[in-house]
Design a protein around this ligand. Structure first.
Ligand SMILES: Cc1cc2nc3c(=O)[nH]c(=O)nc-3n(C[C@H](O)[C@H](O)[C@H](O)COP(=O)(O)OP(=O)(O)OC[C@H]3O[C@@H](n4cnc5c(N)ncnc54)[C@H](O)[C@@H]3O)c2cc1C
Length: 388
């Protein structure tokens, strides 16, 4: 049987499609305009068990895998709004980060709340100076008597205003050329928007999201050894492991967004008549849409393969990166073509396709840029010289 096509997967698709159908364009538009977290939608996902899809049953989850999570994100994204990408910060970074690398106390404290919809995460990695070069981050946590004092700055951090916990990436030892991956630590920082030692200034970004983005300043933020996720100085391994799931989740969201663009283009071009027939009857309109669908179907295969490998504890770095690259490109192209097929209506707020394009265009840059994905493939898969 093909991956992602079992009876269970069909049931999952049907169930999450039902949730997506209950929260339409108006709901998402209102939450995006008001910058308001979609609590009702979040709770509906939690009530049906989907926020805890990968969390082990003993911690209140469904005990399923990344393949199931990818299918859920794809279907929810196909349903519109920010339906699928909403998974990345909490179930992926928080949930998978902690289920894979948390200690027992952290698992008991965080995982049931994530599954129940009672906890939201944000993730603070990007810095103004370091940018894409994660090894170059300078936010540092200095240790004295078992406590750390964190100082530095992050940028473009999404959703701090809604977050119960921030996953913070900081340096705990100086960069050492002979051991470059040593010296970075992940901290779980509770109540980041209210906390002494953290100040936020909002960035003026253009993405149609309900979340805001912030520059985050750390001035003597106090954290302890108990707040460390994984091991001190060993955070990069853990981060890379979690980033693969972020890539798979991001790819699922770009895939679903691209398929939504195709769905909307098909619907519109069947109805709209110019020159006495539906515009979808013209190959100039029909073929680009059909080709986008073909590209998305092909990208889906590599996404599901990567997700299955992750579930089987195999290295999925190549598949996660390829899926991210292909879905972000094919998705953006599909949205661009859907805009073209909508004529002037492609630029009105009544129709969704321009919003979809903005969201998908972003997936070529964030959470990881396509250039860095190609750097990874060139270096690690093809054995070419490191170019960065
Ligand atoms: C809406 C939004 C939300 C975000 N949310 C978060 C968040 O919640 N948490 C978080 O930590 N970050 C977040 N980010 C940051 C995002 O992950 C980064 O913007 C992204 O990784 C690129 O980093 P940069 O902006 O510093 O680009 P830069 O590092 O300045 O790079 C600029 C361009 O140069 C290219 N480039 C740089 N070096 C190389 C090289 N060696 N080879 C080839 N090309 C290269 C890059 O690919 C990129 O296209 C968000 C960004 C946006 C726009």
């Amino acid at each position: 049987m093909a991956l992602g096509e079992s009876e269970l997967h069909d049931l999952i698709r049907e169930s999450v499609r039902g949730i997506a159908d209950d929260f339409g364009r108006e709901y998402w538009q209102q939450h995006i305009d008001d910058k308001e977290f979609p609590e009702e939608y979040w709770q509906a996902l939690a009530d049906d068990g989907w926020l805890g899809v990968t969390i082990p049953e003993e911690y209140g989850g469904e005990g399923l895998g990344m393949l199931e999570m990818s299918i859920i994100i794809e279907e929810l994204s196909r349903g519109g709004g920010q339906g699928g990408i909403i998974f990345v910060l909490t179930p992926v970074f928080g949930g998978i980060g902690i289920q894979r690398h948390g200690n027992e106390q952290q698992k008991e404290e965080y995982l049931p709340k994530i599954a129940d919809g009672d906890m939201k995460f944000c993730m603070a990695l990007t810095e103004p100076e370091a940018g894409t070069n994660t090894l170059n981050i300078s936010t540092h946590a200095e240790k004295t008597d078992g406590e750390f004092s964190v100082n530095g700055q992050k940028t473009f951090i999404s959703g701090v205003e809604n977050a119960d916990t921030m996953l913070l990436v900081a340096r705990t030892s100086e960069f050492d050329k002979s051991n470059p991956t040593h010296g970075v630590t992940l901290f779980l920082v509770d109540d980041p928007a209210e906390r002494d030692g953290i100040s936020l200034s909002e960035l003026d970004t253009t993405v149609p999201w309900f979340e805001r983005q912030y520059q985050v300043q750390f001035d003597d933020l106090r954290v302890t050894e108990d707040d460390i996720l994984g091991t001190e100085d060993g955070g990069l391994y853990l981060l890379w492991d979690t980033l693969n799931t972020e890539r798979l989740g991001g790819a699922a969201s770009a895939l679903g967004g691209g398929l939504r663009a195709v769905d909307l283009a098909v619907e519109y071009t069947q109805d709209r008549e110019v020159f006495g027939q539906p515009i979808g009857a013209h190959q100039g309109i029909q073929h680009p849409i059909a080709e986008s669908y073909a590209k998305l179907m092909a990208a889906r295969e590599i996404l599901y393969k990567g997700a299955k490998k992750w579930d089987d504890d195999e290295d999925c770095g190549l598949e996660a990166n390829v899926a991210k690259l292909l879905t972000s490109r094919a998705g953006t192209e599909a949205a661009d073509r859907a805009i073209q097929a909508h004529g002037g209506n492609g630029f009105t707020r009544e129709y969704e396709v321009y919003d979809i394009w903005q969201n998908l265009r972003l997936t070529q840059t964030a959470p990881v840029s396509n250039e860095m994905v190609l750097n990874f493939i060139g270096e690690h898969q093809l054995g070419m010289p490191r170019s960065y």
